[in-house]
Design a protein around this ligand. Structure first.
Ligand SMILES: Nc1nc2c(ncn2[C@@H]2O[C@H](COP(=O)(O)OP(=O)(O)OP(=O)(O)O)[C@@H](O)[C@H]2O)c(=O)[nH]1
Ligand SMILES: [Zn+2]
Length: 365
């Protein structure tokens, strides 16, 4: 079995990053201390080399994760060692906030990378789900998270067949909530919009699909794959094994080109890991705030407040101001979250998830 690495997203420009005597491979799945990787000559189980282990001990962000490009070294006894993680172009980091800080957010050395080198971040929000309508605030948060990762967000209003009457209005609202972001309506059930989604993956690009449970993420990936590579909820309910039955294939190459990363962590990625993404999503509010008379304006009752003026004139929807405030509160909460108890909780959650990942790996046919 041999693979054309360019179909997995490899570009020659990365070659110079490889240490001498190593070959490139892409991580399809990680397990404690080792990864399943795909190299040109096939799939390998690769244990982490000493330098990877050392770097990860100092900062968990250095641990290999799904989507990483890594350098593999052949050992004399025929095993493969994962010698280095090549520089990431994008990364979803959970639990610790890196890069720029907002409102006192700073990295605490406990971040965990959930997926790397993701080019396109589809934010799936169902036009309607049970009795709930689309949640614009959730779209804003996930778009912020997408920008934060370094990837390009694309908003998909899914299950569009369920809300035909109000769809035009909804699409207009979604476009206001995500300025500068492509927005499309998709109905996987009818096959509408699926080809548009596929277009974003051209050139072997890598995508993730974020969104709430029931948004139709698996159904969409199935539609893209043309075959049922992922089980949907009915199947999961039938075998009683729960959602994690899908995790054994975390890096999914699509027959039409491009890849989708789907992991429990990405599925549940929170709404808390963001900082500069907030600025991008709310650039309109941020710009207004710059024009307030006072630099520390709270946009409540201060004189010369440009934000309140815009709300009063109808230029800025009140809802949007409230979303912006809510995100700022979450950012502040995130900053305060560094206490040990909260961190422990997060770690035990991860233990459960990794346990389930291992179990489902064992159940692999
Ligand atoms: N009407 C309609 N139903 C859809 C569509 N896409 C998915 N569904 C249904 O919505 C339900 C949830 O779809 P899933 O694809 O499992 O949703 P998900 O986002 O993967 O959910 P989680 O696995 O819980 O994260 C299933 O019953 C699907 O059959 C669509 O385009 N139209
Ligand atoms: Zn103000």
């Amino acid at each position: 079995m041999s693979y054309d690495l360019s179909l997995l997203g490899w570009t020659e420009s990365r070659s110079f990053q490889l240490p001498d005597g190593t070959v490139p491979a892409r991580v399809a799945r990680v397990d404690r201390g080792a990864a399943e990787v795909i190299a040109a000559d096939g799939q390998h189980h690769a244990r982490y080399g000493a330098s990877v282990r050392r770097a990860a001990a100092a900062d968990p962000v250095a641990l290999p994760c799904v989507g990483d490009w890594v350098a593999l070294r052949w050992l004399p006894e025929g095993r493969h060692e994962l010698e280095a993680v090549l520089p990431r172009t994008t990364a979803f980091v959970r639990g610790g906030v890196s890069r720029h800080s907002v409102g006192g957010l700073s990295g605490d050395g406990q971040g965990q990378v959930l997926a790397a080198n993701v080019d396109v971040v589809f934010v799936a929000e169902p036009s309607m789900h049970a009795t709930d309508y689309a949640d614009l605030g959730r779209i804003e948060r996930l778009v912020a998270l997408a920008w934060e990762s370094g990837g390009t967000p694309v908003v998909l209003v899914t299950k569009s067949d369920l809300f035909e009457q109000g769809l035009d209005d909804l699409m207009a609202d979604v476009r206001t909530a995500a300025p500068g972001v492509d927005v499309h309506a998709v109905s996987s059930q009818r096959g509408e919009g699926v080809e548009i989604v596929r277009g974003y993956l051209e050139g072997s690009r890598t995508a993730v699909v974020l969104g709430p449970s029931g948004a139709g993420k698996s159904t969409l990936v199935n539609a893209l794959a043309d075959t049922s590579v992922m089980e949907t909820q009915q199947v999961r309910a039938a075998d009683g094994r729960g959602r994690h039955t899908t995790v054994h294939r975390e890096l999914i190459p699509l027959p039409g080109g491009g890849l989708v990363i789907d992991t429990p962590g990405i599925r549940r990625i929170g709404l808390y890991d963001m900082s500069d993404g907030v600025d991008l999503v709310f650039s309109d509010v941020e710009e207004l705030a710059l024009r307030c008379r006072f630099g520390d304006c709270g946009h409540d009752s201060e004189p010369g407040c440009a934000v309140r003026a815009a709300v009063e004139s109808g230029d800025l929807p009140q809802r949007r101001l409230e979303s912006w405030r809510k995100l700022q509160r979450e950012a502040a909460w995130m900053a305060a979250r560094t206490d040990a108890r909260a961190r422990k909780e997060l770690q035990s959650k991860w233990k459960v998830i990794t346990k389930e990942m291992r179990r489902s790996g064992r159940n692999r046919p």
